[in-house]
Ligand binder design. Structure first.
Ligand code: SF4
Ligand code: SF4
Length: 450
């Protein structure tokens, strides 16, 4: 049974949550793993760096899994806030700031100073050679760390949400797609001298897949390349609208996408940090739709330039492409999107920057059957649902009014429904008729939200 502190009328803030003694050895293993990782990064001797890296990954994975089991696997099944707002690591305390700086620093080094990772990259060479038949580079290092994070912290999510078949299935799904389709298959394709292709990333998220240069290159590559172009077009323009019509954007954002996969596993401890204010929602709208517009414009201009209809378009498309690649592809999606997990929550990129989320969101809001229905009469205004929402949706406001939640941002993770002690919320894909109707117990005058 979870112990909650006794209610207090003290003006001073409550004391910080203490780490249970049983969890300390596991956390010490994680700390040792980080030290071994630094040792591997600093060691120019390839054999020693390999050994240090092996030890580091074993300690990090083993320590994190052991900690997750101690913290969640043994706890009573069900939703527990687990002192999230009292821990320095999950409530923007010193540990969160240190983690944010370390993560941001890693992305800065990865993108702009990769030579600092030379020893780590070389240490991964044997693995890269056996999987891809080519030397390791910084992106292979990144892919390996990323996949490991999704798998190990996916284990944490599986223990934490083991009482819910929905969460077990979607966690297993993101782990499967990350390992199979974003790591092993692209490596295998390279080993077979085929283009490195990610079948779970589509335009406009993987924007260059429908650029004329990439399309021409793939078409030139023979049968498999032609299939890749076909796959990219069908997924972007046919499968995405159809699946979103039936299921909402969750089929992609919470079940398939690698960015969503990291958010739902490594980022799960930070979901409560998403800003629920109206001001944040305004920024969301001001940023995400112009970014979608920008990539649509860039793609259209590139095709116009490639058709020869408008000569010298390269003067515009070159700088525009470079700006998009740097500001959106690198700074926003990586440095801010993941680096700021411990401070701004796990879905900063998905909420404010991802053009795929914007595209899916428009479909979800206007052409989908998906909604979260709310039985307003049962709501006790505890706020668990809003606290659990990683997309900054103030779910409680809807629930109190008995209004259905039809929001472009919602990724259908289902955590609001899981966190609700009264069973108020229900994720539904029913017929579109009546999708916007409120709860029968609440007067229509109350339904004025966004
Ligand atoms: S509203 Fe609920 S299902 Fe949608 S993103 Fe927020 S927590 Fe997830
Ligand atoms: S909908 Fe459920 S979780 Fe949200 S405020 Fe109401 S009772 Fe609490």
């Amino acid at each position: 049974m979870q112990d909650f502190p006794a209610p207090s009328l003290a003006l001073a803030p409550p004391p910080a949550a203490a780490t249970p003694p049983g969890e300390k050895p596991a956390l010490a293993a994680v700390a040792l793993g980080l030290l071994a990782l630094l040792a591997a990064a600093a060691d120019a001797d390839a054999a020693r760096a390999q050994l240090s890296l092996g030890i580091a990954l074993a300690l990090l994975s083993g320590g994190a899994l052991a900690w997750a089991w101690l913290a969640f696997g043994r706890a009573e099944a069900g939703w527990h806030p687990h002192d999230l707002w009292r821990r320095a690591s999950t409530s923007r305390g010193a540990v969160a700031w240190a983690s944010g700086l370390a993560l941001t620093g890693f992305y800065v080094v990865l993108y702009w100073f990769p030579w600092l990772l030379t020893n780590l990259i070389r240490a991964l060479d044997p693995f890269s050679q056996s999987l891809r038949h080519r030397v390791a580079d910084q992106w292979f290092l990144y892919g390996t760390f990323y996949t490991l994070a999704v798998l190990v912290l996916g284990g944490r999510a599986l223990w934490k949400y083991r009482f819910s078949r929905y969460h077990l299935a979607r966690t297993a799904s993101v782990m499967f797609f990350q390992l199979g389709f974003s790591f092993l298959l692209p490596g295998l394709l390279l080993a077979l001298q085929q283009p490195e292709y990610y079948f779970t990333y589509f335009w406009p998220l993987k924007y260059d897949y429908l650029f004329p240069g990439t399309v021409a290159q793939l078409l030139h590559g023979g049968g498999l390349g032609v299939f890749m172009v076909f796959w990219g077009v069908v997924m972007a323009f046919v499968a995405t609208p159809v699946l979103t019509y039936f299921l909402g954007k969750r089929w992609y954002c919470a079940w398939v996408c690698g960015c969503g996969g990291l958010a739902e596993t490594a980022g799960d401890a930070y979901r409560q940090l998403s800003d629920k204010s109206r001001q944040a929602w305004r920024w969301e709208v001001r940023l995400i739709y112009p970014i979608l517009g920008l990539i649509v414009l860039l793609t259209a201009l590139l095709w116009l330039g490639a058709s020869g209809a408008v000569p010298a378009l390269g003067v515009v498309t070159g700088p525009l492409g470079q700006f998009y690649g740097f500001m959106i592809g690198s700074v926003f999606s990586g440095v801010v999107g993941v680096g700021f997990y411990p401070l701004l929550g796990s879905r900063v990129w998905c909420r404010f920057g991802c053009p795929m989320a914007a595209y899916l969101g428009l479909l979800q809001k206007h052409f989908s059957r998906f909604r979260i229905s709310t039985n307003g009469g049962q709501c006790i205004s505890c706020g668990n649902c809003s606290n659990a929402c990683e997309m900054g949706i103030d779910v409680k406001q809807y629930a109190q009014c008995g209004a259905p939640i039809v929001r472009a941002a919602c990724v259908g993770c289902g955590l609001c429904a899981t966190a609700c002690p009264r069973g108020v919320l229900n994720l539904e894909n029913g017929p579109r008729a009546g999708r916007l109707a409120g709860s029968a117990f609440i007067h229509a005058d109350s339904l004025r939200i966004l």
